[in-house]
Ligand binder design. Structure first.
Ligand SMILES: *Cc1c(COP(=O)(O)O)cnc(C)c1O
Ligand SMILES: [Zn+2]
Length: 416
């Protein structure tokens, strides 16, 4: 039995197959297309069953057969993954849904689901001898990248947009990485810079999709969730979408389990983005195969999914939505704030981007698209504490003030 069943890369566009070897490839050397890791599932199917994974140590590394790392010795882990699948106790009832769950990735080592991807991508980079790397981030990815790279003794540069909140910028630096605040006029300049850097500069990149490894880790959503549901997929998987690495990875994971016949159906994938931008959602709802830059990222509180320019025309994300017969929704800041407050009543303080998945679900229900008996998973990709000003303002709206006086206190208690 192999430790990993990864075999090679295949280019999305020209379909060339490349050995994974020890080379630091990012995009296709022939045509610049995105590379996808391929696996030998025929072998895996012969050698493994779902129960093999059950009693292993908790982390994404429980699923090493499905991940592209050759040797256990290179794992860089801080306990990422294996987060709880919480049944809803409030929002489900409010929306008339019997089986709504939250995949609570607010519990990750650096506070967001980015840790799944960086545990894998940094481990892989270590394995192929990379000692320096670069990424671009609105905050959460940069912090995760810096933290995991530290643990692999790797030097990092994170380009953070000047709009990112100062707390997130500091967290990247505090996590040991070099941080450069990037000033720009349009996000197209950033995607262009990143593409040029991968051609011209000898630096390994960790941007989702451009780096062919990072988002492979998001497949673990499919494994963990299917296992928790008794080896069945949910009917709907609802993701906030920035680059779409999370949504695309989860979809790939479900397709693998279906191919192995470990689950008997596939979920519909749902992408949610802020209405201020939302390139993938707008393209999907016009039936297009490619997404274009649209909107203004400064006009939404959902900073982690505010990107106005899709990576490589958003083709992978759109494919996942079409293939799965899924949906795409855009939501306003007002709807996101409503969802943050609702999630608070579930015991979850969510990043506004994560709350967008719940706001998107509300829209689907309003449009009459979801049956009350469906199994639905909203991915809560990160915690809210990294946007402290927003969180402070939301709490303050509902505070009352009292004096140390028993009758005032008594009135308050009666009014609970
Ligand atoms: C990065 C991020 C997203 C978007 O993830 P993509 O894989 O880029 O689509 C969503 N929510 C949070 C909290 C994030 O940090
Ligand atoms: Zn190619």
């Amino acid at each position: 039995m192999s430790w990993s069943y990864a075999t090679h890369y295949k280019c999305d566009d020209c379909k060339i197959e490349l050995s994974m070897g020890n080379r630091a490839v990012t995009t296709c050397p022939d045509c610049g297309g995105l590379l996808e890791v391929q696996y030998n599932f025929e072998e895996l199917k012969k050698k493994s069953t779902p129960s093999d994974f059950k009693n292993r140590d908790r982390s994404i590394w429980r699923w090493h057969e499905f991940l592209p790392l050759k040797s256990k010795e290179n794992i860089v882990s801080m306990g990422e993954g294996d987060t709880p699948l919480l049944p809803s106790i409030y929002i489900g009832g409010k929306l008339g849904l019997e089986k709504l769950y939250f995949k609570n990735d607010t519990l990750m080592p650096t506070g967001s689901f980015k840790d799944r991807g960086f545990s894998l991508a940094i481990s892989y980079a270590k394995e192929i001898g990379i000692t320096e790397g670069m990424t671009y981030s609105s905050g959460n990815a940069g912090m995760s990248f810096s933290a995991y790279a530290q643990r692999a003794n790797m030097k990092t540069l994170t380009l953070v947009e000047y709009l990112a909140n100062p707390l997130k910028q500091s967290l990247i630096t505090l996590s040991g990485g070099k941080t450069a605040i990037l000033h720009y006029k349009s996000m197209n300049e950033i995607t262009q810079l990143l593409e040029e850097a991968s051609r011209e500069l000898n630096i390994y990149q960790f941007v989702n999709f451009i780096n062919p490894i990072r988002h492979e880790a998001m497949k673990t959503y499919a494994y963990e969730i299917s296992e928790a549901l008794g080896w069945e997929s949910p009917d709907y998987m609802i993701h906030p979408v920035g680059t779409g690495g999370g949504l695309w990875g989860a979809w790939k994971g479900f397709k693998e389990l279906y191919e192995l016949q470990w689950i008997s159906k596939l979920p519909k994938m749902v992408a949610v983005q802020p209405s201020a931008t939302g390139p993938h959602v707008k393209a999907f709802n016009q039936g297009k195969k490619v997404a274009v830059r649209v909107g203004d990222p400064t006009k939404t509180i959902a900073q982690s999914i505010s990107a106005d320019a899709p990576i490589q025309d958003g083709k992978r994300v759109l494919n996942a939505l079409y293939e799965s017969n899924g949906y795409a929704e855009e939501v306003t800041d007002e709807e996101i704030i409503g969802a943050m407050k609702d999630l608070g009543r579930e015991g979850i303080v969510a990043d506004p981007a994560s709350a967008a998945s719940v706001a998107g679900l509300k829209r689907l229900v309003q449009r009459g698209l979801i049956d009350s008996k469906s199994t639905i998973v909203c991915v809560i990709t990160g915690g809210g504490l990294k946007q402290p000003k927003l969180i402070e303002s939301l709490g303050n709206e509902d505070h009352v003030h009292i004096n140390p006086d028993l009758s005032e206190l008594s009135k308050l208690i009666k009014g609970l």
